[in-house]
Design a protein around this ligand. Structure first.
Ligand code: T6T
Length: 340
């Protein structure tokens, strides 16, 4: 994906110091404002923004929502949350189309595919409604007001260097990814594979896809460990892949022999990191991504476009079994509860 370098090249680099979901469709309207919610908020909040996550049940997006909601309160904006409970292009597209009918003032979206979501998002652009991509993005960014994400490529590089170090620079490694066409995890895999080339005695045995299901990731990890006796490491490109990879290592009795580098910080992963089954987690700051997306949308609709941060790559936070109890690290652990 050529956008790698353009996103990284053009990006602003920030070194940020960093619920029970409804089945199927989830939507919530949050009224904000100083005085009594309903009246004051509707009077003050002449803007309504809709946040469409990759899925509503994922602690990463729940934490993003909470950051966005807090920022919406500050700006007196009404924030709506619309999405499907699983990562699915065919479920996300009709949601994006139906939200357009409600004529929101801005769309904040984590598209589930780099090309399939272009047309539904372009309809907003054609209607003059600002579109901000947050976390994932699309290949044709010309219709976007802004694109906010974390440094996914570098995250993949960090995972590769960690596994190489733990594996003493020799042996086979594997990647368990989610869905091809997801801009973030595609970049993480690309960064990992490019960095692995720096280790001549290490070979990439496989790059598999788990459809964002930890149970599938676990099964993949077990069969990879059985099929490749000199496997020393697995990179799980997001929280479900890493959780599954960790459970696969336990099931195969390979703890301390097969090392796991993962992404994100949801409760199950944190437990596996504490047990030393997962050896490193590259953690993002979804709350900050959500807040920045609301800010950019606000600038776009309230007129001061010069304030918009067009392309943002937030820095990664690296957690290990050794440093995970430090507040400067644990404060980035994701929430599973929707607030705001
Ligand atoms: O890793 C995050 C997000 O950055 C990615 O785009 C999709 O997966 C997560 O939501 C974790 O499940």
């Amino acid at each position: 994906m050529s956008k790698e370098n353009s996103l990284r090249g053009r990006g602003w680099r920030f070194r940020l110091a960093t619920a029970g979901a409804a089945v199927g469709l989830m939507s919530a309207t949050l009224m904000t404002g100083a005085a009594g919610p309903a009246t004051a908020a509707s009077a003050a909040s002449k803007y309504t923004f809709v946040l469409v996550p990759g899925l509503t049940t994922d602690p990463f997006y729940i934490t993003m929502h909470n950051g966005a909601a807090a920022e919406a309160v500050k700006l007196g904006v009404t924030l709506k949350w619309e999405g499907a409970s699983s990562w699915s292009i065919p479920l996300q597209i009709p949601i994006v189309n139906s939200v357009l009918a409600s004529k929101p003032n801005a769309l904040l979206i984590a598209p589930t595919d780099v090309s399939a979501l272009f047309k539904p998002m372009d309809a907003y652009y054609k209607a003059g409604i600002p579109v901000v991509s947050v976390d994932t993005t699309i290949n044709n960014q010309s219709i976007l007001t802004a694109a906010i994400s974390s440094d996914n490529y570098q995250g993949g590089e960090i995972a590769a260097d960690t596994i190489a170090k733990l594996g003493h620079d020799k042996g086979q490694v594997a990647v368990i990814n989610t869905f091809k066409g997801t801009s973030t995890t595609d970049l993480r895999q690309a960064g990992f594979l490019a960095e692995m080339k720096k280790y001549p005695n290490m070979k990439v045995a496989a790059t598999d896809y788990d459809q964002d299901l930890p149970t599938t990731a676990e099964a993949l990890a077990r069969s990879l460990i059985l099929a490749h006796p000199d496997l020393v490491g697995i990179f799980g490109t997001n929280l479900y892949s890493a959780e599954g990879a960790g459970k696969g290592v336990i099931a195969a009795g390979a703890k301390g022999k097969v090392f796991v580098a993962g992404y994100d910080a949801e409760p199950a992963e944190i437990t596996l990191l504490r047990q030393g089954v997962i050896n490193i987690l590259v953690i993002q700051d979804p709350a900050a991504e959500g807040a920045l997306a609301v800010q950019d949308a606000y600038w776009a609709v309230s007129g001061d476009k010069s304030m918009i941060k067009k392309s943002v790559l937030l820095a990664n936070v690296v957690a290990t079994t050794a440093n995970m109890n430090e507040p400067s690290i644990s404060k980035y652990f994701y929430s599973s509860t929707l607030t705001g």
